[in-house]
Design a protein around this ligand. Structure first.
Ligand code: SF4
Length: 563
């Protein structure tokens, strides 16, 4: 640990909440850059630009300067830093292959276009909102629109000149890009079937709305050590990947107090992946936002800010342990003791995506459908909105598995809606390959990518559907374009981490390191990285076919692929 003396001073960028007791202790050592320990001097470039100006303030400069003067007028600290607070990342220049990534200054990869992420908290959309998303895509994003595994929509090819008009269009229907990226409270995942599922334990929607109201776009929480991911679900299917969020609230029935939420903290993938841990506390619906505030407060005040790769909450949770984390949460932030509570039960099924036709508790139906690897388009989203409206629905949902749902469909409308979706190649009864394959953005647009992902995923699905038409088991295949974990490779049955590999001719080509046997749920665990097990992109369908064929031939009764 570094021990260089430093000057202790408050942050200039943005207002902050009153410091907890420990924050008032001034120490003279650099430590991990924890504000709560009195370490306010920025220890890296990211902390410096956040101190120089709050990321949320960049919006005014975009609207008054950059959108008028163009890409070249953008301050580099805004371009590669603060623009993320409004969901904007520069996109990768066309035609630069993954092999060059390592030798180029990352800034040489910047195109003069942006990726723009629209946050969809709880995955909740109306028809008017989906139409607006579609129109923005068609008008400003060359028709692009991807469904992400965090229930968002991502555009590409966005020009800085168009950003104010895009915000106007999205905000007119209640959507936003506020803190969709950056060191901020990101989108709040929610069960796609909140409020409608027959088997629901509790509807977390009011808590999500309260968290949005109190914490999103709030400068007390807009300078966090890094991103802060959260999830709230009262579904017994455990449908929001709660194990890999910084804070998660999972529906449980308390034997004395009734339905509420089990509290999890400290999950996260990427480098040093960790599954979230239970604090053993039961949280009633009307206290979820307070507890969220306590956990995000701990992260802001005690989270590590010295090294970016140790700046997620999971490292603090690992160092403190469950007991201390809960005690600090209760004593310094909530000022009351949490009630002990039970763990969630094992979900009844392995699919968590709600694909298919299902009855709601009000007697209507919801219809979940699968594009391939989350890739849709503005045009398709517009047609989905039209189809929903024509079948009497005004509510849609995105899922944490790159899928979508139409809610509130009367029984006599279901067949026609399903036919309409299938005609758009949106499968309501997809193969396990289409249903279970996810892919991140990859080299097409992402500056960190080493390999292609979306097109590889689409090809793999098509190949496996034609080679293994009888295969009919839940299976997850997650494809990443680099060692990061945007598509959750560590918790997939088959996780594919993009890298350059050597082919049979000794050439360096695109390929994947294979991880096998990861899972979420009560048997959650990370896949094993099989030493030396790498496949080329071209050899991927053959490899997966061999793997699944061998599994089918060798499995014992009842054995699942992941076991
Ligand atoms: Fe980009 Fe890597 Fe994330 Fe894929 S996993 S979107 S390539 S950073």
């Amino acid at each position: 640990m570094a021990t260089t003396p430093e000057t202790v001073e408050p942050q200039a960028g943005g207002a902050r909440a009153p410091r907890p007791a420990a924050a008032r202790k001034v120490t003279r050592h650099r430590g991990e850059g924890q504000w709560g320990m009195g370490h306010y001097t920025p220890l890296n470039a990211n902390e410096q630009f956040k101190k120089d100006d709050d990321g949320l303030n960049v919006r005014t400069r975009i609207e008054t300067i950059y959108a008028h003067r163009g890409f070249d007028s953008i301050d580099p600290a805004d371009l590669r830093g603060r623009m993320r607070w409004w969901g904007l990342y520069t996109q990768r220049k066309e035609g630069i292959d993954g092999g060059k990534t390592a030798i180029l200054d990352p800034h040489e990869l910047d195109a003069e276009f942006f990726m723009l992420r629209v946050r969809i908290d709880g995955g909740r959309l109306t028809v008017a909102q989906l139409k607006a998303i579609s129109e923005v895509s068609e008008q400003y994003a060359r028709g692009t629109a991807d469904l992400t595994d965090r229930q968002n929509v991502q555009y590409h090819w966005i020009r800085i000149e168009d950003v104010p008009a895009i915000w106007q269009k999205l905000e007119a229907v209640g959507l936003s890009t506020t803190e969709a990226c950056g060191d901020t409270p990101r989108v709040i995942l929610g069960s796609p079937v909140a409020g409608i599922a027959e088997d629901e334990i509790i509807d977390g929607t009011p808590a999500i709305e309260e968290i949005q109201r109190r914490f999103i776009g709030n400068q007390e929480f807009s300078n966090l050590p890094r991103k802060f991911k959260s999830a709230v679900s009262g579904s017994p299917l455990l449908d929001v990947a709660h194990e890999i969020n910084d804070v998660a609230f999972v529906g449980v029935e308390h034997p004395e107090h009734g339905p509420g939420f089990d509290l999890w903290v400290g999950g996260g993938l990427s480098t040093n992946p960790k599954l979230g841990v239970r604090l053993g506390a039961w949280v009633p619906l009307d206290e979820v936002a307070d507890v969220y505030g306590g956990v995000i407060g701990i992260f802001r005040d005690y989270g590590y800010r010295r090294l970016r790769n140790r700046a997620r909450l999971k490292f603090l949770v690992a160092d403190w342990g469950v007991e201390k984390f809960r005690q600090v949460l209760e004593d310094e932030y909530l000022k009351y003791k949490l009630v002990d509570g039970p763990a969630p039960k094992e979900p009844s099924g392995r699919w968590r995506d709600h694909v298919g036709v299902h009855r709601q508790k009000d007697g209507n139906f919801y219809v979940g459908f699968a594009p391939r690897v989350g890739r849709v388009s503005g045009k398709t989203l517009g047609l989905i909105a039209d189809l929903a409206a024509a079948h009497g629905s005004d509510r849609l949902r995105t899922t944490a598995e790159q899928k979508m749902l139409v809610l509130d469909v009367a029984e006599d409308q279901v067949e026609s809606l399903v036919a309409g979706l299938e005609a758009l190649d949106l499968r309501v009864t997809p193969s396990p390959f289409r249903r279970g394959t996810m892919a991140c953005t990859g080299i097409e647009y992402c500056k960190l990518a080493i390999v292609e992902t979306k097109e590889r995923g689409r090809t793999l699905i098509d190949e496996l559907e034609s080679r293994l038409p009888e295969f009919d088991e839940p299976l997850t295949i997650n494809i990443n374009g680099c060692p990061n974990a945007c598509a959750r490779i560590q918790v997939a049955d088959i996780g594919l981490k993009g890298q350059l590999v050597t082919d049979e001719n000794g050439e360096q080509v695109e390929g994947y390191q294979v991880h096998l046997g990861g899972a979420l749920g009560l048997e959650a665990g990370f896949g094993r990285k099989v030493r030396g097990l790498k496949v080329t992109s071209a050899g991927l369908p053959d490899y997966v076919e061999r793997l699944l064929t061998r599994y089918q031939a060798d499995r014992r009764d009842g054995e699942r692929f992941a076991q």
